[in-house]
Design a protein around this ligand. Sequence first.
Ligand SMILES: Nc1ncnc2c1ncn2[C@@H]1O[C@H](COP(=O)(O)OP(=O)(O)OP(=O)(O)O)[C@@H](O)[C@H]1O
Length: 253
Amino acid sequence: MSDTTSDLLQVDGLTVRYGAGPVVHGVSMGVASGTVAALLGANGAGKSSTLRAIAGLEPSQGRVRFDGQDVSRLSCAQRFRAGIVYVPEGRAIVTDLSVAENLTLGSYFVDARTRVRRQQMVLEFFPEIATRLKSPAGLLSGGEQQMLAIGRGLMSGPRLLLLDEPSLGLAPLLVARVYERLALIQQEQKLTALLVEQSFHAAAKLAARAWVMRHGHIVGELDAHALRSREGRQQAIDAYLGARQDAAPTAHA
Ligand SMILES: Nc1ncnc2c1ncn2[C@@H]1O[C@H](COP(=O)(O)OP(=O)(O)OP(=O)(O)O)[C@@H](O)[C@H]1O
């Protein structure tokens, strides 16, 4: 597993349990500063639980280090203030509030000047919502709501963005559009992000590293080369399905 001192996020032996048995079993991973990494896997593999535990939204065992500091005992609010920002799946925006108000929610604790600057930046990345600032967020299309959810995350000035399945429920064209924007943000803002995806295709274009989860375990790790090769794709699919245990993807660090 990747675990170098240059990693902004280091996770060691993370275990999450809701009832008796764990749904995430001792997961370890590292995300380097300025890179996007992905957690891949089928429904119920434990991806969201892992991401939510890193954000401090689920109780967990193991260690989460952020920028060299052990944040394992910090609350989700303290982790948020440290710069760990979780963008939930399902475009969890406040539908009754306007687009502008939703963006403000993401920057509640910053001064007005910073808020204006960040909003300008977000609207440049997502011009689709720039003309809809006064509309109730619930009237946006699915893709626009996802853009708003990511935009709200960016408003808080994240040092690490935790993106829970940005492609969920979107048509392929919209998935491509959302991922294009994420690539642009990564390029221009040197964003560090860990994203959870079921769609290998979507994540493979953006991520520099990925882990495949199955039944709460990491069963494979892919580097940028493997993510973009046909062979790597097949290995990941096999690992998703548990089809060829002997062919699970291996590290290319
Ligand atoms: N709050 C909860 N209480 C009890 N069990 C839960 C809870 N959240 C998730 N689980 C269970 O934990 C396991 C892992 O779920 P998780 O959502 O982390 O998987 P996932 O890989 O993100 O799946 P999906 O892609 O469908 O969201 C599943 O068996 C799920 O039913």
